[in-house]
Ligand binder design. Structure first.
Ligand SMILES: Cc1cc2nc3c(=O)[nH]c(=O)nc-3n(C[C@H](O)[C@H](O)[C@H](O)COP(=O)(O)OP(=O)(O)OC[C@H]3O[C@@H](n4cnc5c(N)ncnc54)[C@H](O)[C@@H]3O)c2cc1C
Length: 452
């Protein structure tokens, strides 16, 4: 490590951290080192998780398994789990791989937290590819074997999608039912009534029972982040009802992944209630100036919208590089840029089932979209609507309805790496060169910021 080197450590592995690292790597100047701590040795498309339990074989299309393909040149990678921030701006990382027992100690000048949120269906940080495959198969087999009910908790986007996929994928035995429990008075709270009604109608058509205004209360805390596969289990609901289910899926974001920050020197950066990092408009921690936050871990984040995450990544990268430049020039205090107003109020579309997806008019707020005939025409890119032979087309043809199978096909394809994720990570759908969970080599000495 050089004496005048500025070290930026980014922790994550999802779309937020990736967008941040890409921007940092593109714009960085001499003397700046970027270290990327990834909790996963492979990339999995988060959005595919609800469909993966229905068809685990599609995992191969929803991953970028090879480091040689997805690693960004010029960035130092450390594969491991951030554990805590020690004094003097040192991050402790438990390296992935059984043969490396000692934690790595990474010195940083700026730390970016982009560790996302807990969700029972998503791969736990540190999971190997073979462990992930085995887990998906296990849940899939439990769904196929179920004879009572499959109980889904969460009336938001992920819950609706999970219930719809399970009910429409053709994997359940005849007579097995799907019940969706929503704590809100409707499903998809916050969306337009039209969207809520269309989703509810599709779930009804598929035979999904929807219970609104109730929560699964039995062992709620213990159940929040794991799928339960004990056949015939009884789940008490807050409305007094009990559901007997063979599979229970909590399908909602159960909290920001900030436990690694809790006990160490940066514990005070978290909000006592939400456990998110309290940031100002520039996405910098209000209490720890070396800390920035991107995505679900940030108090500024509007959950569930990737364009917003991208905007946050852009802001954080620009601000850290501004600070680096100001420090090296010994110039006046750096002026940091505030986060732009969120582009979207929620995800612009909703998957409901294998055969029904829809675009949500209310998310776009008018900017860049024209509602000429039903489908949102993107004026910047009319060819998407006009070109023939693209499979899947967004809606099948111009002026089609903004909902139905065409949209569902597109949304499933996105989970297989078409679009955003393919642009972000390279190597999508490749055959793994190794297990993807095989222990990566310990980081080179130059990666490690030693305390002594
Ligand atoms: C099922 C589903 C469907 C979605 N659909 C859409 C959609 O249609 N449109 C849309 O815009 N958004 C959608 N989203 C939301 C979108 O995926 C998120 O907004 C986005 O992924 C957030 O990115 P992130 O980087 O903050 O978190 P994540 O993508 O969750 O990434 C966090 C990363 O941090 C790693 N990590 C966690 N803890 C540690 C640690 N201690 N050390 C090291 N690494 C760690 C994890 O392994 C993970 O790779 C969906 C989300 C889900 C779950």
């Amino acid at each position: 490590m050089q004496a005048n080197e500025t070290r930026i450590v980014v922790v994550g592995g999802g779309l937020g951290s990736e967008a941040t690292v890409r921007r940092l790597a593109k714009q960085k100047r001499a003397g700046v080192t970027i270290v990327y701590v990834r909790g996963m040795p492979y990339v999995e498309h988060l959005w595919a998780s609800p469909s993966l339990i229905c068809e685990p074989s599609t995992l191969a299309r929803s991953i970028s398994p090879n480091k040689a393909s997805f690693e960004i040149p010029g960035v130092q990678y450390v594969y491991g789990l951030a554990q805590a921030v020690r004094d003097r701006q040192v991050l402790e990382v438990k390296l992935l791989g059984a043969d490396v027992a000692e934690p790595a100690l990474l010195r940083f000048d700026y730390l970016v937290a982009a560790t996302g949120f807990d969700m029972a269906l998503s791969a736990r940080p540190g999971t190997t590819l073979s462990e992930r495959r085995a887990w998906l198969e296990k849940v899939h087999n439990a769904l196929k074997a179920a004879t009572n009910t499959v109980l889904i908790a969460g009336g938001g986007s992920i819950g609706v999608e999970t219930a719809g996929y399970i009910a429409s994928w053709g994997i359940l035995k005849a007579g097995t039912t799907v019940t969706l429990v929503s704590a809100s008075d409707s499903i998809l709270p916050g969306d337009a009534t039209q969207t809520q009604e269309a989703a509810a109608a599709e779930l009804r058509r598929l035979g999904v029972r929807v219970i609104t205004g109730a929560r699964v209360i039995a062992d709620a805390a213990a159940l929040a982040d794991q799928v339960a596969l004990a056949p015939g289990s009884r789940y008490a609901l807050s409305n007094g009802e009990t559901v007997v289910a063979d599979v229970y899926v909590p399908a909602y974001a159960s909290g920001p992944r900030t436990r690694w920050l809790e006990s160490g020197a940066f514990g005070g950066a978290l909000d006592g209630k939400t456990r998110r990092i309290v940031v100002d408009q520039t996405l910098r921690s209000t209490s720890h100036p070396a800390l920035f936050a991107v995505g679900a871990v940030s108090s500024a984040h509007v959950l569930g919208s990737l364009p917003n995450v991208e905007e946050e990544a852009k802001t954080v990268a620009a601000n850290i590089l501004t600070l680096c430049a100001a420090a090296s020039a010994g110039a006046k205090p750096a002026v940091l840029q505030p986060l732009a107003k969120p582009m979207l109020s929620s995800t612009p579309y909703q998957r409901v089932s294998k055969t029904f997806g829809m675009f949500k008019t209310e998310s776009f707020g008018g900017g860049g979209m024209l509602w000429l005939c039903g489908f949102p025409c993107v004026m910047a890119c009319p060819c998407v609507c006009l070109l023939e032979g693209i499979n899947p087309m967004v809606c099948g043809w111009c002026c089609a309805r903004p909902e139905g199978k065409g949209t569902a096909d597109l949304l499933i394809a996105i989970g297989h790496g078409v679009g955003v994720a393919a642009d972000t990570f390279k190597g999508w759908g490749e055959k793994p060169h190794e297990d993807g969970g095989a222990p990566p080599a310990a980081p080179a000495a130059s990666t490690m910021g030693r305390l002594h």
